[in-house]
Design a protein around this ligand. Structure first.
Ligand code: ADP
Ligand code: MG
Length: 242
């Protein structure tokens, strides 16, 4: 694979809800092996971008190409099988399954389609990767927020994705938990996944991203290196609500 070639391309991506244009003609590329930061004020369309690209919401217009293959309009399970995994801003584990079962379910049905035994081995691998092995037999309600956030990551990784869409995985974490998560996200990229990283924690954005894209009212208003883009007048005004 040629490093830096586009893995995901979206062209003119639009999503309207009743009365709200949540995404308005967004065109961007995510390059193989990069961590692309997706930023913007609350309500700017970041989660909608993840929901539409992953097939959780139908799009209203535009195209999604993944490794050159059109994914436009495919249902979520087909997109997962093509190699795109996502996390939820608010973790959504299966509440009545243990941490281990939550991860092995994804290994069985979330894209990699492993058999039960192999899925269990795969799940242990990701629990160790995220440091959750000691909580393997706990229920999601009995682990803390930090662990639930890392469980979201473990579940996404168990699908063996080529592209991971991370929606505010750091929100609510303490500074030292954030440091741990930054390291973990680096390791996710190093083991071969490309990452779209939706985040408000600027320290993490600066530490992790190769490039950022900024949305405002559903429109892409700037892209480039984080240090440059965050000084762009239109971006500053968007954050100030002007
Ligand atoms: P962000 O993640 O950047 O904070 P969202 O993508 O969640 O923003 O939301 C973008 C806009 O779309 C907001 O105005 C929000 O209210 C609206 N929106 C998002 N999801 C839905 C939905 N399921 N139904 C109706 N409106 C929605
Ligand atoms: Mg959001």
């Amino acid at each position: 694979v040629v490093a830096g070639k586009p893995l995901l391309e979206v062209r003119g991506l639009s999503k309207a809800f009743k009365g709200v244009q949540a995404l308005d003609q967004v065109t961007l590329q995510v390059r193989q092996g990069e961590i692309l930061g997706l930023l913007g004020p609350n309500g700017s369309g970041k989660s909608t971008f993840i929901n539409v690209v992953s097939g959780h919401y139908p799009l209203s217009g535009g195209e999604v190409l993944f490794d050159g293959q059109a994914l436009t309009g495919l249902p979520a399970h087909r997109i997962a099988r093509a190699g795109i995994a996502r996390t939820y801003q608010i973790p959504r584990p299966f509440k009545h399954m243990t941490v281990l079962q939550n991860v092995s379910m994804v290994a069985m049905f979330g894209g990699a389609s492993l058999g039960r035994e192999e899925a269990t081995r795969e799940a242990w691998k990701w629990l160790e990767f995220t440091g959750l092995q000691d909580r393997a037999h706990a229920l999601p309600d009995d682990i803390n927020l930090h662990q639930r956030k890392f469980l979201e990551l473990a579940r996404a990784l168990a699908a063996r994705p080529r592209l991971v869409l991370l929606d505010e995985v750091l929100s609510g974490l303490t500074p030292s938990e954030i440091n741990e998560a930054i390291e973990l996200i680096r390791r996710i990229r190093d083991q071969g996944s490309t990452i779209v990283f939706v985040e408000h924690v600027m320290r993490a954005v600066m530490a992790l991203t190769d490039r950022i894209v900024v949305l405002n009212h559903g429109k892409l208003i700037a892209q480039g290196a984080a240090t440059d883009v965050m000084q762009d007048a239109e971006v500053v005004n968007a954050y100030l609500g002007k």
